[in-house]
Design a protein around this ligand. Structure first.
Ligand code: UD1
Length: 365
C-alpha cells in the first residue's frame, strides 16, 4: 500500500470520525498506535450515540481523550441522521483541511463522513472494510458496500474480507491488517481484572449464565416478535443478563410492555465496556444480534448463538463457535442446549497489533 497523500499534504492532522459505540472500541487501538506519530489525531464525534452509557463512559473507561469536535447529530431517520453527518463533517473538514480521514465500520456516521470526505478529496481510510453478509435489507450492509466503493484505503480484518472486496472489483488500497478490536478486548480484560467488578452484584455464578444483547432494526421491528424473543430468553432455565440498548427499551416501553418478564431475565441499562468484557469472561454462552459481540465471544472462547439469519463473521461459524438461529424461540432453545464451541479457535482475525500494522504502510509512523 502506498503512503496516504492527498487532502492537504502539508497538514499533520488525521481526523478520526467516531459516533457510535463500536467506533469507540475500534478507535482506541488506532489512537494508541498513533501516539508516537508526528501526525496528530483529531477526534470528531458525530453524536449519533449520545447517552452517557453509550458514549462518554467508553472514552472514560478506555482512557481516550475526549472528542475535539462533537457534531451533536443525535437520532433520526436514516436520511436525517446521515444527512446531518454529511453536512457537519463537510463543514469541519473544510476548516481543518486534514491529511486524511479515518472511518470505522458501517454505521450512518461512517457513511456520512465517507461521503463528505471523499467529495472534498480528502483520502478516506476505512477500518473494517470488506465485511459483507449478503442481506441488502440491513442498513449496515448498504452502508458498508457504499463506503468501500468510495474509500481510498480499505483496511480488512480477514482474508475473506479482502476476497469479498476483490469480488466487487475493489483491489486498490486493500490491506489485510487483522481486527482492531482485538487489542481493545485484551486491554479491557486486563483493566477489568484490576477493577472491583463483582459477579455477585449481577446475582449470577461464573459459567452459569447467558449474556445477551438485542438492538438491530429487524429485531425490534415487530413488538410481538421482540416480546416472544425476550420470553424465550427468560425461559431458558438459567439466568440471562440483557443490557438493553435504548432503541429496544424505547420500543418496548412505547408499546406498554413491562420489562419485568421473568426472574431469570435480568434486564439492565447498557453496560460500559469493562463490565461487558468482564461478564463475557464468565458467561457460559452469548445470545446476540450484535456483530462485535460475536467476535468478542470468539476471542473469549465463549460459544455464541446469533439471533440473526446471517452473519458478518462466517469464520466463527466455520470454526464451530457460532450458530445462526434468527429470532425463532425454538431454535434459540435448541442452540442454547447444544454443545456448541469447545474446539480450536484459529486466529482468523489476525494477531493483536492490527492498528500498529496499518500506521506504517500509511506513512504515518
Ligand atoms: C447503530 C448502528 C449499528 C450498530 C449500533 C451499535 C446504524 C445504521 N446502525 O445502531 O450498526 O451496531 O449503532 O449500537 O448506524 N438511542 C438513544 N441513545 C443513544 C443512541 C441511540 O436513545 O445514545 C436510541 C434512539 O431512540 C435511536 C435508536 O436508539 O433512534 C437507534 O439509535 P441509532 O444510532 O440510530 O442506531 P443503533 O440501533 O444504535
Amino acid at each position: 500500500m502506498s503512503p496516504v497523500a492527498g487532502g492537504d499534504t502539508e497538514s499533520d492532522i488525521i481526523v478520526s470520525v467516531v459516533g457510535a459505540r463500536p467506533h469507540f472500541i475500534k478507535a482506541f487501538p488506532f489512537i494508541k498506535a498513533m501516539a508516537s506519530s508526528p501526525a496528530r489525531v483529531l477526534t470528531l464525534h458525530t453524536g449519533q450515540h449520545y447517552d452517557r452509557n453509550m458514549s462518554e463512559l467508553f472514552f472514560k473507561e478506555l482512557d481516550m481523550p475526549a472528542p475535539d469536535i462533537d457534531l451533536g447529530v443525535g437520532s433520526g431517520t436514516h436520511a436525517e441522521q446521515t444527512a446531518a453527518v454529511i453536512v457537519g463533517v463537510e463543514r469541519a473538514l473544510l476548516k481543518i483541511r486534514p491529511r486524511a480521514v479515518v472511518v470505522y465500520g458501517d454505521t450512518n456516521s461512517t457513511l456520512g463522513a465517507t461521503l463528505a470526505a471523499t467529495k472534498l478529496d480528502f483520502p478516506v481510510v476505512h477500518i473494517e472494510a470488506g465485511v459483507r453478509c449478503a442481506n441488502r435489507e440491513m442498513p449496515e450492509e448498504i452502508n458498508r458496500t457504499l463506503i468501500d466503493h468510495a474509500a481510498d484505503h480499505l483496511i480488512c480484518r480477514s482474508a475473506l474480507a479482502v476476497a469479498d472486496l476483490w469480488s466487487e472489483g475493489i483491489t486498490r488500497g486493500v490491506m489485510n491488517a487483522g481486527d482492531f478490536m482485538y487489542d481493545t478486548v485484551l486491554f479491557a480484560q486486563a483493566v477489568a481484572k484490576e477493577k472491583d467488578i463483582r459477579l455477585d452484584s449481577y446475582d449470577v455464578e461464573s459459567g452459569r449464565f447467558i449474556l445477551s444483547t438485542v438492538h438491530r432494526e429487524f429485531s425490534t421491528a415487530s413488538v410481538g416478535a421482540l416480546v416472544d424473543l425476550l420470553d424465550a430468553l427468560g425461559g431458558l432455565g438459567e439466568p440471562v443478563i440483557l443490557p438493553l440498548h435504548p432503541r429496544t427499551k424505547a420500543r418496548l416501553l412505547t408499546a406498554g410492555i413491562s420489562l419485568e418478564r421473568s426472574d431469570d431475565l435480568r434486564i439492565l441499562e447498557p453496560l460500559g465496556y469493562l463490565e461487558l468484557v468482564f461478564l463475557l469472561g464468565h458467561a457460559r454462552m452469548v445470545a446476540t444480534d450484535s456483530g462485535g459481540l460475536q467476535e468478542e465471544a470468539y476471542w473469549a472462547g465463549v460459544p455464541c448463538v446469533t439471533l440473526m439469519s446471517e452473519t458478518t463473521w462466517p469464520e466463527t461459524i466455520e470454526a464451530g463457535w457460532n450458530v445462526l438461529v434468527g429470532l425463532d424461540p425454538a431454535a434459540i432453545r435448541e442452540a442454547v442446549a447444544s454443545d456448541l464451541g469447545g474446539g480450536e479457535r484459529p486466529e482468523v482475525y489476525g494477531a493483536p497489533g492490527a492498528a500498529r500494522r496499518v500506521v506504517e504502510p500509511l506513512g504515518w509512523e
